[in-house]
Design a protein around this ligand. Structure first.
Ligand SMILES: Nc1ncnc2c1ncn2[C@@H]1O[C@H](COP(=O)(O)OP(=O)(O)OP(=O)(O)O)[C@@H](O)[C@H]1O
Length: 118
């Protein structure tokens, strides 16, 4: 399965995004939030730096959601029973998504502030 053509690797990546969308409510929420931010960027047309910062922060949240899905699926498959190490793994992943989300909310608040001249 190594060194597949680019179009196949893109298909695998798309499959990963699709499975997260289908199984993770939190991922769907963050996709909706990102879509809203992109819409707002298109409407308000701010300086390019705002596009970069907002897209980077939203992208970070979505990427961490995908990592979260990947590790959760793997550990649940390898060890379906309860285990303290799995608790730490899942809680740490949830913490990573939470930190990235809080940063995204902070950046969004700063952007809204800049729109009203704050
Ligand atoms: N196998 C396990 N062993 C120990 N604790 C677990 C295990 N599975 C889940 N937990 C605990 O329950 C919490 C919720 O687990 P769950 O698998 O529902 O993930 P989640 O955080 O709801 O993820 P998501 O909402 O992203 O699907 C985890 O954060 C962890 O504290």
């Amino acid at each position: 399965m190594k060194n597949q053509p680019l179009y196949k690797r893109l298909g695998f990546a798309w499959d990963g995004i699709k499975i997260s969308w289908q199984t993770e409510k939190s991922f769907r929420f963050h996709v909706a939030a990102t879509s809203f931010v992109i819409l707002l960027l298109l409407v308000t047309r701010p300086a390019p730096l705002w596009w970069a910062i907002l897209l980077l922060t939203c992208g970070l949240v979505l990427a961490l959601e995908l990592v979260n899905t990947a590790v959760e699926k793997l550990v649940d498959h390898l060890h379906p029973d309860l285990h303290p190490a799995i608790k730490i793994t899942k809680d740490a992943l949830a913490g990573a998504v939470l930190i990235a989300s809080l940063i995204a909310v902070g950046v969004f608040a700063a952007f809204m502030g800049s729109l009203v001249g704050f």
